[in-house]
Design a protein around this ligand. Structure first.
Ligand SMILES: Nc1ncnc2c1ncn2[C@@H]1O[C@H](COP(=O)(O)OP(=O)(O)OP(=O)(O)O)[C@@H](O)[C@H]1O
Ligand SMILES: [Mg+2]
Length: 459
């Protein structure tokens, strides 16, 4: 068992979780608290006696709020925070069994893929040192062929050409490799070809996605791995060989097993746009599949077993976070069984001007900081006066009130437009400092803001 997999059900207290979220997301305290408690409950569950453990089910939640107020951001940060396998998927992507489209089981199969990628990354890290040594060995075999290879004449002439190499010569070369003294030299090595074999595609057939995937992988494994001689620098060769050797050292069965456990115990599925599938069937028509999709989702959310290519995954303890604006449909429009499976509902508030001021400046990844860093790469220093920040926030709030309320996303468009000219001219402004003031913002944006139609398109 590897460290992160074991500790994914974090021991962070709800308060600590909220504090972490506060670094990136402004406001929305109820949503943060609810998510923090749901996470803590998973940790609590793992502390209770075994007999009871399986009885305690996750408290799935629904985040209700308009677009661009932080729903996805909260879920994404949470997953990152606890190192959980995380999948975000739009509920509206699915259709009922028997119709053309994705089947809901693919959610779990995709989540399993995420889990496997996580565990694999971890394992690759843990075999890194060994893989490196093997890679060096393979490279040294080319640079300083050993007796057998040299005698048979198939070893390519390395730097030590002229006769079979002494072991000590090899070690000398190994040291040179490690010190990076040979990095720039060219070498020709045999590497496995990426995506070797024949491209194998099948027509998508509803409900057959998994079979198709498995089949493709099976055939892929049956195909002999093609090798190819390629010329590259020694630095590149080492990297390439290290990757190949790491793959050999990783036990994929073990990875699959660990990943499934990780997914079952810690997985988080973020079901976006859940409101799009809410609503009961009326009189058929194009809406016919909404309730069907809800019924299909039910077993996964309630707990069932889904077959994946790594083995069966039990979904009982996977945490589901649903989200939607619920402008038209209401949570109560969902089928009762599904409502019961999402017992916690929290509302996220529309963002206002004061929020925008904070969003622009406070988060660790605040937009203002991002732009400043980007432009710094051109040698340009850009600063914003406090009044300028206020101005941007006010324009964003105003635009949201006048047109569609797209929440914090409005800041992106406004800031982008404000800095358009600077971004274009930046390379020529090397070494300068630009201070963005309200006047500057007005100068950039007024032509657009004054034209109602234009501003609807651009901002
Ligand atoms: N409260 C907030 N604090 C900081 N940044 C925010 C906040 N709300 C939204 N953002 C930023 O706005 C962008 C969109 O947010 P997010 O993806 O969370 O929207 P959403 O609520 O999921 O909307 P949708 O319903 O359209 O999916 C992100 O870049 C995010 O960082
Ligand atoms: Mg979203």
């Amino acid at each position: 068992m590897t460290a992160t997999v074991a500790t994914a059900a974090t021991a962070l207290t709800p308060r600590q979780i909220v504090e972490e979220l506060d670094k990136y997301i402004i406001g929305q305290p109820e949503a943060k608290r609810a998510v923090a408690v749901a996470l803590r409950n998973r940790w609590r569950r793992q502390q209770v006696p075994e007999e009871l453990r399986d009885e305690i089910l996750p408290k799935n939640l629904t985040l209700i709020g308009p677009t661009g107020v932080g729903k996805t951001e909260i879920a994404r940060r949470i997953a990152k925070l606890v190192g959980a396998p995380f999948l975000k998927i739009e509920a509206s992507k699915f259709t009922e069994v028997g119709y053309v489209g994705r089947d809901v089981d693919s959610i779990i199969r995709d989540l399993a893929d995420v889990g496997v990628a996580m565990v694999k990354r971890e394992q690759r890290e843990s075999v890194k040192a060994r893989a490196r040594t093997h890679a060096e060995d393979r490279l040294l075999e080319v640079l300083v062929p050993s007796q057998n290879a040299a005698a048979s004449g198939r070893g390519p002439a390395g730097f030590g050409a002229g006769g079979p190499a002494e072991p000590s010569t090899r070690e000398k070369f190994r040291n040179m490799l490690r010190e990076g003294k040979l990095d720039e030299r060219q070498v020709e090595i045999e590497v496995a070809e990426r995506g070797g074999g024949i491209a194998f595609e099948m027509l998508p057939v509803a409900g057959m996605e998994q079979m198709e995937g498995n089949l493709r992988e099976m055939l892929g494994n049956l195909m002999p791995k093609r090798k190819k001689r390629r010329k590259m620098t020694i630095a590149e060769a080492l990297q390439q060989l290290e990757q190949e050797e790491a793959e050999k050292l990783i036990d994929m069965d073990e990875v699959g097993r660990l990943a499934i456990r990780h997914v079952e115990q810690n997985g988080i599925v973020f079901l976006d746009e859940i409101d799009k599938i809410a609503g009961r069937n009326t009189t058929g028509g194009p809406d016919v599949s909404r309730e069907g999709v809800q019924r299909d989702l039910l077993p996964i959310v309630e707990g069932s077993t889904v077959n994946t290519k790594y083995g069966p995954v039990k979904t009982d303890h996977i945490l589901f976070i649903a989200a939607g604006a619920f402008h038209v449909a209401k949570p109560s429009d969902m089928i009762p069984e599904l409502q019961g499976r999402f017992p916690i509902r929290v509302e996220l508030k529309p963002l206002v001007r004061e929020d925008f001021v904070r969003i622009l400046t406070e988060p660790e990844n605040a937009l203002i900081k991002q732009y400043a860093e980007l432009l710094k790469t051109e040698g340009l220093t850009i600063t914003f006066t406090p009044a300028a920040i206020e101005e941007l926030a006010a324009i964003a709030a105003d635009m949201n009130a006048r047109g569609e309320n797209i929440g914090a996303r409005r800041l992106h468009t406004i800031l982008e437009k404000t800095l358009e000219e600077v971004a274009f001219e930046a390379p020529a402004l090397d070494g300068q400092t630009i201070e963005v003031t309200p006047a500057y913002i007005r100068q950039q944006l007024d032509p657009i803001l004054k034209n109602e139609d234009l501003s609807k398109y651009i901002l």
